[in-house]
Write a protein that binds this ligand. Structure first.
Ligand code: GLU
Length: 441
């Protein structure tokens, strides 16, 4: 850690993600001298390679805009590079290195052979027209296409990149590479190689994981009040499955504030979240405008200010602070399943773990998204399409297996489970053994 801190002093998110994993694996690592001998940690914390490129495009006023694009191929020990693309004004190498590092362990947990990667751009989709988004995606792919491929590196969506953006990116990839429907991207449309349930998968998988976690603790989700941050694809899927399982979603938040929904989110409100995402306005207040009296907007407040049983952070890294964790606990919250990548700050996690709040980390809870991307790759490679039932059954099996891996490696002497430790050790063991078997490369 000291060596990394000296080498990358400004890369806060990356250092935070690495520290969490190294602290979790320390004991196991020291029991395996062969890991130390092969310098597994020193090799694992550095990305295999980073592509960085200029993306120039023309906006609707005819003005020329320039952004920076990246693809970080982090680790390929267990399979081709796999991970999303994030379009957000705050994207920088530290953010993408943390995400690529996390992705490596998350993908290992899915049971599928996928290495870790992440990419994106500091392009800000807020306020952009569809045409601007298309031109940006095309310019982005003009640089990226040569670095990716169905057996090499398979990007997908993340914050700011959904079905619309994947469409534009795939269109340009096919044109440039003269490769058609090859499965080089996942999260595709249903008529051109996409997998049924991929849009829902991250949120659905998160709720299946939550069900297993609650069952292990002797609890159930039915009738519980749930607070969710965000209203993008992940929050949408999580809210939909939560309602299907009989829970009540009482809050949805955005960068502008929170909407409290005392009677619970209805299916109409849930579908309206898609409209809000597609509008590029990035304002949760729109829910209250559309459903007056049912969704009550408060500016500047987070979802964590609304009393709930279960908190589901579904937005951005470090979105839940120690003060938020304390407020949640004070208001009766007893479970937090992190759906966003590294959504909780380290001291918030520490607080949950030492104050009787069940906690599970993003790399286990949200792995259903990339796992279903892996299933999409399988369908593409064999030129077939599975039904929603088939995909859902496989997603169920994968989330159950991820939960079992966490329990296997994270059970404490008192019988309770440290899910952070469990997820980190399970992911690490798989990648570390693959690296050992492949020699020094
Ligand atoms: N961006 C998602 C994640 O953080 C999905 C990645 C993918 O499907 O490749 O896991």
């Amino acid at each position: 850690m000291a060596r990394l801190e000296a080498k990358y002093p400004t890369e806060k998110e990356y250092l935070q993600a690495v520290r969490e994993v190294l602290e979790s694996i320390e004991d196991v690592y020291n029991e395996h001298p062969e890991f130390e001998e092969a310098k597994i940690v020193e090799r694992l914390v550095e990305p295999d390679r980073i592509f960085s490129f200029r993306v120039t495009w023309v906006d609707d006023r005819g003005e020329i805009q320039t952004n920076t694009g990246y693809r970080i191929q982090f680790n390929s020990a267990i399979g081709p590079y796999k991970g999303g693309l994030r379009f957000h004004r705050a994207v920088n190498p530290s953010m993408l290195k943390f995400l690529g590092f996390e992705q490596t362990f998350k993908n290992a947990l899915t049971t599928l052979p996928m290495g870790g990667a992440k990419g994106g751009s500091d392009f800000d989709p807020v306020g952009k027209s569809d045409a601007e988004i298309m031109r940006f995606c095309q310019a982005f792919m003009l640089e990226l296409w040569n670095c990716i491929g169905p057996d090499q590196d398979i990007p997908a969506g993340d914050v700011g990149v959904g079905g619309r953006e994947i469409g534009f990116l795939d269109g340009m990839y096919c044109k440039l590479a003269r490769q058609y429907n090859t499965g080089v991207l996942t999260g595709k449309g249903m008529t051109w190689g996409g997998s049924i349930l991929r849009p829902e998968a991250t949120g659905f998988g998160a709720l299946y994981f939550t069900q297993h976690l609650l069952a292990k603790a002797g609890k159930s989700i039915e009738g519980k009040k749930i607070a969710i941050s965000g209203f993008g694809n992940v929050a949408w899927g999580a809210a939909k499955k939560a309602a299907q399982l009989g829970a009540k979603v009482v809050a949805i938040s955005g960068p502008d504030g929170v909407c409290e929904i005392p009677d619970g989110l209805t299916p109409e409100m849930n579908e309206y979240m898609l409209v809000m995402r597609a509008s590029n306005r990035n304002m949760v207040e729109d829910l209250a405008t559309k459903f007056p009296g049912k969704a009550i907007f408060t500016a500047g407040k987070k979802a964590w200010s609304i009393p709930c049983d279960i908190a589901l952070p579904c937005a951005f890294q470090n979105e839940l602070s120690l003060a938020d964790a304390e407020e949640l606990k004070k208001n009766g919250c007893w479970c937090c399943c992190e759906v966003s990548n590294m959504g909780c700050q380290p001291d918030a996690i520490h607080f949950f773990q030492h104050n009787g709040v069940l906690f599970a980390p993003g790399k286990a809870v949200n792995a259903g998204g990339v796992a279903t991307s892996g299933l999409e790759m399988t369908q593409n490679a064999s030129h077939i399409s599975w039904s929603a039932e088939e995909v859902d059954a496989k997603l169920h099996y994968i989330m159950k297996s991820i939960h079992e891996q966490c329990v296997r490696y994270g059970t404490k002497p008192d019988g309770s489970v440290d899910y952070v430790k469990g997820a980190n050790i399970a992911g690490f063991m798989k990648v570390a053994h693959a690296m050992l078997e492949k020699g020094v490369i």
